[in-house]
Design a protein around this ligand. Sequence first.
Ligand SMILES: Nc1nc2c(c(=O)[nH]1)N[C@H]1C(S)=C(S)[C@@H](COP(=O)(O)OP(=O)(O)OC[C@H]3O[C@@H](n4cnc5c(=O)[nH]c(N)nc54)[C@H](O)[C@@H]3O)O[C@H]1N2
Ligand SMILES: Nc1nc2c(c(=O)[nH]1)N[C@H]1C(S)=C(S)[C@@H](COP(=O)(O)OP(=O)(O)OC[C@H]3O[C@@H](n4cnc5c(=O)[nH]c(N)nc54)[C@H](O)[C@@H]3O)O[C@H]1N2
Ligand code: SF4
Ligand code: FES
Ligand SMILES: [Mo]
Length: 904
Amino acid sequence: MDGQRVEVPAGAMLLAAVRAAGRTLPALCNDDRLTPAASCRTCLVSVPDRGLVAACSTPAEEGLAVSVDAAGAARKDALQIIVEGLPPWALEVPADRSELVRECRAAGVRASAVPLPWPSRGTDRSHPYVKLDRDLCIACGRCVRVCAELQGTFALTLAGRGADAVVAPGTGGEWAASDCVSCGACVDTCPTGALSEPGLLDPRPIERRTLTTCGFCGVGCSLEVAARDNGIATVRPVDDGGVNRGHACVKGRFSHGFVTSPERLTAPLVRRGGSLEPASWEETIGFVAGRLAEHRGTEPDSFALISSARATNEENYLAQKFARAVMGTNNVDNCARVCHAPSAAGLAATFGLGGGTNPFDDLDRCDTVLLVGANPTHAHPVVGSRLFQRVVDGARLVVVDPRRTLLARHADVHLRPRPGTNVALFHGLAHVLVRDGLADTGFLETHTTGFDDLQELLRDYPPERASAITGVPARDLESAARLYGNSRAPMIFYGLGVTEHRHGTDGVRALANLALLGGAVGPGSGGGINPLRGQNNVQGACDMGAMPDALPGYQKVLDDGARARFSEAWGTGISPRPGLRIPQMFDAARSGTLKALWAIGEDVLATGADSSSVEAALEACPLVICNDLFLSATARMADVVFPVAAWLEKDGTFVNFDRRFQRVRPAVRPPAGVRTDFEVLHAVAAAMGADLGCPTPEAALAECAELAPLFAGISHQRLDQAGALHWPCTSAESPGTPRLYRERFATPDGLAHLAVRPYLPPGEETDGDFPFLLITGRRGEHYNTGSMTRRTGNLALLPQETLDIDAADAASFGLRNGDPVQLTSRHGRAVLPARITDDVEPGQLFAGFHFPGAGVNNLTSAVVDEATGCPEYKLTAVRIRPAPAGWGTASLAIRRRDSWSRGR
Ligand SMILES: Nc1nc2c(c(=O)[nH]1)N[C@H]1C(S)=C(S)[C@@H](COP(=O)(O)OP(=O)(O)OC[C@H]3O[C@@H](n4cnc5c(=O)[nH]c(N)nc54)[C@H](O)[C@@H]3O)O[C@H]1N2
Ligand SMILES: Nc1nc2c(c(=O)[nH]1)N[C@H]1C(S)=C(S)[C@@H](COP(=O)(O)OP(=O)(O)OC[C@H]3O[C@@H](n4cnc5c(=O)[nH]c(N)nc54)[C@H](O)[C@@H]3O)O[C@H]1N2
Ligand code: SF4
Ligand code: FES
Ligand SMILES: [Mo]
């Protein structure tokens, strides 16, 4: 390189060699994450015998003599040609937003002297988050490639030829009506500012940049929040070695507007004469402390606390400590109960620990993915994109989902079991593995128990029988089993389609059998089994002991030794009775034994199953306290509401789905009058004359680390240095444990315990009165109750819930897109506009639950998983009919294609 010797890995391009030499080059059409386009010619270098070549796309060779210096004029010309095609103000875009401006300044290239007025190609401002200024587009195609290759969406194209070429939605028409899923990757890669977002267009300077972890889903993306004037300007994904590698989704990237919503609660509310009235903090804390004092150490326990998987570890630690040390009860639970409690129970029973087994990056080494009952394209979009990339790179994909999700469209085999029949399907697959000699019997003999009994059970599940129960053709089942069984390093990812069933824990255990039979987990394996845990900190809420049967770090309430350690540290007795689970709390309220319920950051009325029974429980409970940012459905029924801070305003840590502790840092101050859950718990305890200790989040995690061996080596200080640590991390020297079970399983005998559980029918069946099966789940644009995402521009992206229905079913009721449909289950009613789609099978329906007003959870039943109490949200028998005119919802103009499920 101009006389300097440079070494780069085999296969690297000259651009990498230039950088390795400590030099820089413009490279306007290049993004290191994408295949080179080599179209802009701004990266030219000179090579003997070949002359000028594009450094971005010319492979480095042993002994090649390259000159950067000799091509300086050519690069300047290339920049000049690009600038000639742009209006003069292209170089007035602030330099921090335009790579083009920076390169032109560095090369001394000035704006073209074109006569004004410029014949403008116009802007597209249809989308709430992405603005296109066509005049600034240089057709480098980075946005088009990032959308296809990284995000996996193919929403964009280059339209027009030559100098007229400009980025455009592939569907034609406006951006907002396109296939765009609003991940923001195009804005981030655009080198000119042609693509921008609202926060970038405000000229005021950024005052503060804060590195934090996304507070929506369990992927746990690293984000940098730029703030000015105590307001959020932009949120950008960061590549700091975390899961997201610089990518994000519409929620983490753009959905922060809720923070400044005028509907934010800013004063405590207390019920007086039937209505909730604002009250002072002092008065409210005093009132709550006085009322809760009546329920300390009662028998049976008359107080229960629901802790928040949205809140930090430190807040969850304090919440369970409040319940146990101040109130004397183990009645503490969190939304894992309604989500992945069957994973915690099932994985712990089989392997010893209740978490996923592998770091997500192991995906890069795996050759087959088995994706079961999960729709990461919507629910864990960054994971969805990486799965898609892996499949494009050659991994095989088997999807098990009754619906045709986007990844199912890319799968080698898509099995569509009737909802509620997973156990039979998994046994059918296991049968074929054993029958065809695809199971590693050597491994099974050395590292597992129960193989003989399992083989006995599997005799009852030949493909024909599994097929009869599940509706999956036996041929497909055989080919899926062979694909999976022949893979070298399979990885299993799964979601609520496995857990939210009457036999959810059996489903997890039967799937864990498949992991063992296929060599996906344990000593010598190449893959893993990972539940795609939902909430940003649901793993952490469980880790911190916000569970009725476990103290922090999964130490059992029933274990005398564990209780003694906590008693001594906290200076108070710990009740030896495991507490109530969330559904049992509601039972106790209805039967009159539960007299005070504190729900922190969980809108149980909106998201619990069978809403009318939850409503009855809240009505029957004499004191309901609620912490929330907004007046949620539950808050509306509460006696006291504390207004609290959101993740963007808080200090602490979250644990993501692959067991990584990551820091959460306040990017903005909460609105005046708002406190954190941490402060509220402290204040109430203090007013009751109790000291919870650990005055700061840092001290709370330190106390937890002292008491829970699994987290002994984790501290804020270490996380600030290391970025992330996977538990188990048992000492200050431990680097953490991204991969579990490398030597042995974590059960007492070190062996994995194969489960021998027969298929049992689900809680709900269809019949003549209720002939359709309704599945409920997620939409990419909205998050759970939608309390946050509905208060952002996402509402423009998806303004209403819909009922997904197959075309023939719709036709048989004379339904067109947008027509209101009345649904009736054995438990309640709802009205939703129809959306005709081939995502769902005939006889099945699908709806999200992000618009509580739509009443979807009036329909779902109170049936729960027999082992853990997780509701059977994934299937409800319903009947439908066109809703009478003017009923419930206005007819919805379906304004866009469903790009989230319609990949190409
Ligand atoms: N955008 C967005 N992201 C979210 C959330 C959100 O609300 N919105 N919520 C977060 C939370 S709390 C969670 S827990 C996760 C959930 O993430 P996922 O588990 O991916 O979410 P779901 O859409 O509820 O369900 C997944 C799939 O299960 C399938 N399914 C239903 N019944 C069965 C069955 O019997 N067998 C099989 N094999 N599959 C079945 C459904 O068709 C659906 O495609 O998402 C998190 N991320
Ligand atoms: N039909 C159907 N119902 C379901 C499901 C399904 O698939 N189908 N899935 C279930 C699952 S998996 C889950 S996890 C639940 C989720 O149900 P919820 O946990 O009830 O839903 P969220 O909207 O995530 O959050 C609840 C509340 O917390 C508030 N909040 C956000 N951040 C904070 C914070 O830091 N502190 C406090 N105090 N409050 C905060 C929000 O404003 C919101 O009102 O829904 C369940 N319900
Ligand atoms: S994938 Fe999950 S963690 Fe990442 S930005 Fe989206 S919501 Fe946040
Ligand atoms: S960056 Fe090499 S040709 Fe554009
Ligand atoms: Mo969840």
